[in-house]
Design a protein around this ligand. Structure first.
Ligand SMILES: Cc1cc2nc3c(=O)[nH]c(=O)nc-3n(C[C@H](O)[C@H](O)[C@H](O)COP(=O)(O)OP(=O)(O)OC[C@H]3O[C@@H](n4cnc5c(N)ncnc54)[C@H](O)[C@@H]3O)c2cc1C
Length: 246
């Protein structure tokens, strides 16, 4: 983390840039995590920063082929002043940002199941209606094998999400378990979306059907909230006690 906060009178001055921020171009307020250079050990603190403050820029990223309805941009802070009241009061250190990420990733575990399920349902319905060689394509064994695989994957992802929810309700959920869920379910949804798209033939590449849209959006989900690779390394560290990030 390179964004820093320096004490200045009755507030702080923030400097640093973070790109790929969802809603940055339209947000009125940004929650910024920065290293507090004025305190021993440079603890990470959270700051609520109005985006119309002097020194704050939020340019948009153009040309996305995934998550097209969601605005994405950069948050750039150049000596931007915020008052003491902008500091989140009860959290210091990485616990703040990491606990946010664990919550968001837990949501993704479920969102991936929803996307995959929609793809499966659309493909099943389509295969039941589309006729080739005198019968619905759902009657061919090759298509049934795809449906069987998809149904099994969606069910497996759903069960994993359910299990994580049970642990969460008991207060026993570990971030590494959320990494396993995010990693598994997003890859699962990516595979199911691709198979569903394939089962729709040419129609599958149009906006008339949802699988291609899910497929494009899942590419982002595969990368954000911790890339698939990084979650692999989180699990690797948890399983071996050896960090392989660098
Ligand atoms: C549409 C969209 C919205 C986003 N919204 C937000 C947001 O709101 N807030 C936010 O903070 N971020 C957001 N992100 C950013 C996202 O979290 C990052 O893109 C992601 O963390 C990957 O970082 P990067 O793009 O710099 O890839 P890089 O770090 O450059 O990675 C490139 C490739 O190298 C791999 N890699 C990197 N390091 C290692 C390593 N140590 N070992 C093995 N492989 C490695 C990665 O897995 C990846 O495949 C968003 C991204 C997108 C696309």
């Amino acid at each position: 983390m390179e964004t820093s906060a320096e004490r200045d009178g009755d507030g702080y001055r923030l400097s640093g840039t973070k790109t790929w921020i969802t809603n940055a171009p339209i947000a009125d307020v940004a929650l910024v995590w920065a290293k507090d250079r004025s305190t021993e050990g440079d603890p990470v603190r959270g700051f609520l920063v109005e985006t119309d403050r002097e020194g704050v820029e939020t340019p948009a990223i153009e040309g996305k082929l995934s998550m097209r309805v969601s605005a994405t941009g950069e948050v750039s802070l150049d000596d931007a002043f915020v008052p003491e009241s902008a500091v989140l009061p009860d959290v210091a250190g990485m616990k703040g940002p990491l606990s946010c990420l664990t919550q968001a990733r837990f949501g993704i575990v479920w969102g991936a199941v929803g996307a995959a399920r929609d793809c499966f349902e659309v493909a099943r319905e389509y295969a039941g209606e589309r006729e080739q060689f005198g019968q619905p394509v759902a009657g061919f064994q090759l298509q049934q094998e795809k449906l069987a695989e998809m149904a099994t994957k969606v069910t497996t992802g759903r069960l994993l999400a359910d299990r994580l929810a049970t642990l969460k309700e008991r207060g026993e959920l570990r971030p590494q378990q959320v990494s396993m869920g995010k990693r598994h379910n997003v890859r699962m949804a990516r595979e199911v979306a691709r198979t569903a798209r394939e089962m729709l033939g040419g129609n599958g590449i149009t906006t008339d059907y949802s699988p291609m849209r899910h497929l494009a959006n899942i590419e982002t989900v595969y990368t954000y909230e911790g890339t698939h690779d990084i979650h692999t390394l989180i699990l690797g560290e948890d399983l071996t006690g050896i960090a392989a990030f660098e």
